[in-house]
Design a protein around this ligand. Structure first.
Ligand SMILES: Nc1ncnc2c1ncn2[C@@H]1O[C@H](COP(=O)(O)OP(=O)(O)OP(=O)(O)O)[C@@H](O)[C@H]1O
Ligand SMILES: [Mg+2]
Length: 155
């Protein structure tokens, strides 16, 4: 599924709409260069889960932030990951398969640790404030999620 947004607000609204379809244990892998809108999208998802979007900061130096909404939201950012092994030290799998939703910025860094079943969202910079948002699914659970999203967007 591919959509184009024309403003940060529109990307945020996409995240809010997406959040309505999320279930516990869902994993969203965000990809895209600096400033492509990964954090903005996460703010939208948070907002859709009843978390104030102002609370959501770029967790660049923290690796993970935890927010309490209608479901827990685990927000990862692996941009500055000093060492691949730190991801394993984080015990990330406990978060991924817990009662909440995981959103991972710079998910490319996960390499072979990338979950088998997840939703991958790739953001690409376009002209002016345009962003192309491409949504793909790996595995059965997130395949169903993508199906629901396509239906909601009439694609
Ligand atoms: N259509 C759009 N969608 C999202 N953000 C947009 C859009 N148009 C312009 N922007 C701007 O692009 C920037 C996106 O920043 P954001 O922090 O979300 O990027 P990021 O992908 O998380 O970057 P980083 O890799 O540094 O974490 C913001 O300044 C936002 O205002
Ligand atoms: Mg970011």
């Amino acid at each position: 599924m591919k959509i184009v947004t024309r403003s940060p607000q529109e990307t945020m609204r996409f995240g809010m709409k997406l959040a309505r379809h999320l279930k516990k244990g869902d994993i969203i892998c965000l990809k895209g260069q600096l400033g492509s809108g990964k954090t903005i999208l996460t703010k939208g998802i948070a907002s859709g889960l009843g978390i104030s979007r102002k609370e959501v900061l770029s967790p660049t130096f923290v690796l993970i932030r935890h927010y309490s909404g209608t479901m827990p939201l685990y927000h990862f950012d692996f941009y500055r990951l000093p060492d691949f092994r730190e991801i394993t030290a984080l015990g990330y799998e406990e978060y991924f398969y817990d009662e909440g939703v995981s959103v991972i910025e710079w998910a490319d860094r996960l390499g072979c640790l990338t979950p088998q079943d997840c939703l991958t969202i790739t953001l690409t910079l376009g002209k002016n404030d345009h962003r192309t948002i491409e949504v793909r699914a790996q595995g059965e659970l997130h395949g169903q999620l993508l199906g629901a999203l396509k239906e909601a967007w009439g694609k």
